[in-house]
Design a protein around this ligand. Structure first.
Ligand code: SF4
Length: 449
């Protein structure tokens, strides 16, 4: 270690929704050297910090002062009649609150990257409720762990180690040997290779398989045709044979504490919200027999915070329109992809532009044609050629903040590296203050504490 290096322990990582808070890092000037607790997803993300130092602000690709960029961004927004603020999942509570405040000032639509991710799950939870738990509770108690349509071995590399498979828990002194792990998916995955049982579900038959499990729990007979091989594929129409599902239903009933983690393999198939409603209903049924919970595997580090902050500020977690001076909720109507596809947006503020890669070609095409203002971290390559580009401090590295782990537990983020970059909260606040006062503008709906 050089004389200028400082070592930090118990640093939180916001690369994925696990928000592991046990990292050990060494900081050498602006550079970060991961020492321990950093998985293969996080290591390159941390190693890029300080590697390049993009300008804090740029207009049309040319570096400029922050004041010039803020003035230009405010001018774009002042001329806009239908602005959209989108992203927020790589931010922190302060940045998300500032984004809602700006949306309220503009009468804009505000949406999070969840609208292209777990939005169907959010809608399902709104319909049927959720039997929930913290990851700590799961670590200490869950002796049956099911992954449905998810591959955390790839998407959340330390999930097994910290929460779901390997740790010794208060009521699981044997760690992995005290847990039974089941994977349900359309094909074997890296996660199923670590599981005790893999159950094949035919593509787009998750709903029917979950309904068959609900019937088996009630000791009813599921429809016989679901367990025929009418397509001569060598598998049943559902994917798995009846005795395999019967065995799973019995394991679910018999366990002391069960959890099903589900991912986009369930939520983003056709009628994904119905799949998740069915799964949440199955979990509710199981609570007549034992303690059972369901948890989403959230991908970006603070997408759960984005939902939470937008919800506590507007009453709705995503797809919120503030044009009338009060919040209106409209998945499919006020979600970013659909607004852009229908050309119903004439300027866009991207609070983290990574999600642009998930837009449909038609939405991405319209985004290229309208003025855009992007706020990105210095270690993440912008995905759009924005009219105004800001580089902002990384929460948890350059600035303190709060990230919500995938189980909605808020994790404090610390500053470990000095920077001149402003936070996204500061940039969004400056843009709001630079806006001309419009006496005919919409009344502000959100009273922020
Ligand atoms: S599992 Fe996720 S939060 Fe944990 S170190 Fe890896 S990327 Fe970071």
């Amino acid at each position: 270690m050089t004389s200028h290096a400082t070592e930090f322990r118990d640093v939180a990582c916001t690369v994925c929704g696990c928000v592991c808070d046990d990292l050990r890092l060494r900081v050498e000037g602006r550079r970060v050297v991961p020492l321990s607790g950093v998985c293969e997803l996080a290591a390159p993300w941390f190693e890029r910090i300080g590697h390049t130092q993009p300008a804090a602000a740029a207009i049309a690709g040319g570096a400029c002062s922050l004041d010039e960029a803020v003035t230009r961004a405010a001018a774009i927004l002042a001329q806009s009649r239908a602005p959209l603020i989108w992203g927020l999942s790589r931010s922190s509570s302060d940045g998300q609150r500032a984004a809602v405040r700006l949306a309220d000032r503009l009468g804009a639509c505000i949406d999070t990257s969840a609208s292209l991710c777990h939005a169907p799950s959010i809608m399902a939870i709104q319909q049927v409720g959720e039997s929930t738990s913290s990851l700590g509770e799961i670590k200490n108690r869950a002796d049956l762990v099911i992954f449905w349509g998810a591959d955390p071995a790839v998407s959340h590399p330390r999930h097994f180690e910290r929460y779901s498979l390997e740790p010794v828990g208060e009521f699981l002194p044997g760690g992995r040997s005290d847990r039974t792990v089941v994977v349900v998916d359309v094909e074997p995955t890296a996660t199923s290779a670590a599981a005790d049982h893999f159950i094949h579900v035919a593509p787009d038959r998750d709903f029917e398989m979950i309904w068959a499990l609900r019937q088996l729990l009630r000791e009813d007979d599921p429809p016989a045709h679901e367990f025929a091989d009418t397509n001569n594929t060598g598998a049943t129409n559902l994917g798995a044979p009846l005795d395999v599902l019967w065995d799973l239903a019995q394991r679910m009933k018999r366990c002391h504490y069960g959890v099903v983690f589900f991912g986009l393999g369930l939520a983003r198939r056709s009628l994904g919200h119905r799949n998740v409603e069915a799964l949440l209903s199955l979990v509710a049924d199981l609570n007549a027999h034992t303690r059972f919970t369901a948890r989403r595997l959230r991908i970006p580090g603070d997408v759960t915070g984005a939902d939470s902050v937008v919800c506590w500020q507007t009453g709705f977690p995503f797809a919120v329109n503030l044009a009338r001076g009060y919040p209106r909720y409209g998945p499919g109507e006020y979600t970013a992809n659909e607004l852009l596809e229908r050309h119903e947006v004439d300027a866009c503020v991207l609070v983290g532009s990574e999600a642009v890669a998930n837009l449909s070609p038609a939405a991405a095409d319209w985004l290229r044609q309208i003025p855009t203002i992007a706020l990105d971290y210095p270690n993440v390559a912008p995905t759009v050629e924005a009219d105004v580009q800001f580089t902002t401090a990384i929460y948890g590295v350059h600035a303190p903040g709060t990230a919500y782990r995938m189980d909605e537990v808020p994790i404090p983020l610390r500053q470990v590296v000095d920077t001149e970059y402003p936070t996204d909260a500061e940039v969004l606040g400056a843009m709001q203050r630079a806006m001309p006062i419009d006496p005919c503008g919409p009344p502000n709906a959100i009273q922020q504490a």
